[in-house]
Structures are given as C-alpha cells and as structure tokens.
Write a protein of this length. Sequence first.
Length: 147
Amino acid sequence: MTIRDSSVERAQAGVVTDPIPDPQVPERSRGRRQFSAKYKARILDEYDGLDKAGKGALLRREGLYTSLISEWRGQRDRGALEALGRRAGRPQTDQRDAEIARLKRENERLAEDLGKARTVIEEQGKLSALLDQLASGNASTRRSETK
C-alpha cells in the first residue's frame, strides 16, 4: 500500500487530510529582484511604524530580509530618493579609464615587440659583419693560393 492509496482510502472514509502536494518544481527566478525607490521608501515607512511581530510579518509577506531594510535605511540617510534609486553593487567604471588601461597594455606589448625587433636587427648586423669578414677572408686566401 502506498501513501497515495492510504490517503485516498482515508478521504473515502470521511477523514479530512491535507491535500497531496504538487510535485512540480517551481520555475527558477530570472535574476535578482530590483526594487524601485518608491517601493523601498514605502516599505521603510511601513516597517518603522510596526512592532516586532508586525515587522516579521511584513518581511515574510514581501519576501525581504532585515539586511535589505538596513541597507535601504543607509541609502535613505545618504541621499533620500536619489540613493534609493541607485542599484546596489560596484559602480560602473569610466569609459576613459578602460580605454587608458587598454592603451597601456597595448603600449607594453608594442615596447616588448620593439625590443625583440632591435635584438634581431643587432644579431643580423653581427651576422652580416661575420659573413663579410668570411667572404673577404676567402677572397684573400684564394688570391694567395692562385699566386
């Protein structure tokens, strides 16, 4: 006998039971929730006017945490609606800073390439001088052999 069979039998016998839970997995969230400045201000006003039990009920009803309330209070204290409307997280970087960093990396790469090229040119010059020396040495040894 399975649990389902026993619950069906109890229901037929007139025993009131809890409904069978839906086994379907709820859909995943699509990312972090975003709260408008007006919503934050409304919740803060409502939260501040409640007792401890009411605060807990508000948080459960809205699906919020006390850490959010603390952060929103800090935002409110720092700049009212302007700060409440700002997204949490790291501030966006300036476009110029990103361009400067990219140009510095490119400059370092080009300087490294230039150093390699100078080394190659130096070695080619030495090789050319050695070949000239060997060629002129062979010519003078050939002249002496023919005499």
